[in-house]
Design a protein around this ligand. Structure first.
Ligand code: HEC
Ligand code: HEC
Length: 239
């Protein structure tokens, strides 16, 4: 029953995705068995879209989630489950992830969040954005973002803010745009998302967006030297 509901949902989604621009390929059909936990759940369900190392797949528009803190993953999965994120038909990626999150049992949310946190960080292979002024991006980041995401973008549990390193440039751009256009963070009760909706109103144009994303990408830590990354991370461009 569980599987059937999910598969039907995914087929419907594939149709919706085709109706929107630009059209990503339909998502893989992913079963969510209620007794899978932790690493097994990740390998058999999440990896199809987020990749075996949790590195994300550009072609499916999935973020690199490996090593995100459990508090943030739990918050996001709960937001997807409770219709605070991924509830807008013009946000096909959010809708796709919401369908998966809703198919999980509460205990599975907990166990997969801990597992993903324990996975080594994967740094995106592309760490630059054409036309970005990194100096300007740093200035903007220090003025508007650092107070919640910390100076090195490592995030802060107390604010519910995630680390921003590890994420692909296109994903950062897409999320900032979603906050700005109200596709994320505007649902009733989304206290953390609302902080970003407020902040993103300050990003006035594409150049500011590029500068910020360019600077955030430049913060990707060199794993061996960064005290904030306790686990071994995959260096850029490694297979
Ligand atoms: C059918 C494809 C698909 C599957 C399977 C899938 N995801 Fe996702 N996931 C996505 C997409 C697409 C996004 C990006 C949503 C957006 O753009 O807002 C996403 C986003 C996320 C996010 C938000 C990350 C962030 O930085 O805010 C988390 C956390 C996440 N997924 C965890 C998981 C976990 C855990 C599983 C396995 C239980 C899983 N996903 C399975 C497609 C998928
Ligand atoms: C008032 C605190 C606050 C400020 C200031 C702030 N953020 Fe955030 N940010 C958050 C919180 C909280 C979240 C998590 C939102 C959620 O739970 O959906 C977040 C999420 C994000 C995300 C989504 C990450 C993901 O994995 O999907 C991005 C990107 C981001 N912030 C970038 C920025 C940038 C760039 C700035 C400066 C222009 C900024 N933030 C300023 C609190 C803040």
């Amino acid at each position: 029953m569980h599987r059937l509901v999910l598969l039907v949902g995914i087929l419907l989604l594939a149709c919706q995705i085709q109706a929107s621009e630009p059209a990503p390929p339909p998502p893989p059909q992913v079963p969510v068995s209620p007794d899978l936990m932790g690493s097994k759940l990740f390998e058999q369900t999440c990896a199809a879209c987020h990749g075996p190392k949790g590195e994300g797949k550009d072609e499916l528009r999935t973020p690199s989630i490996a090593h995100q803190p459990a508090y943030y993953i739990r918050n996001q999965l709960t937001s997807f489950r409770e219709n605070r994120r991924g509830n807008d038909p013009s946000d096909p990626q959010g809708i796709m992830m919401a369908a998966i999150a809703k198919a999980l049992q509460p205990a599975q949310v907990e166990s997969v969040a801990s597992h993903v946190e324990s996975m080594p960080l994967v740094i995106p292979s592309v760490l630059t954005i054409e036309g970005a002024d990194i100096k300007e991006g740093r200035y903007l980041f220090e003025m508007r973002c650092m107070e919640c995401h910390r100076y090195n973008a490592s995030g802060e549990l107390a604010f519910g803010s995630p680390p921003l390193y590890g994420l692909q440039g296109w994903y950062l751009t897409a999320q900032l745009t979603k906050f700005k256009t109200g596709h994320r963070g505007t649902a009733k009760g989304d206290v953390n998302g609302a902080k970003m909706v407020f902040t993103s109103s300050f990003i006035e144009n594409d150049q500011m967006l590029k500068d910020l994303v360019g600077y955030i990408l430049s913060l990707n830590p060199i794993p061996e030297n960064d005290p904030f990354i306790p686990l071994t991370a995959t260096p850029p461009n490694s297979p």
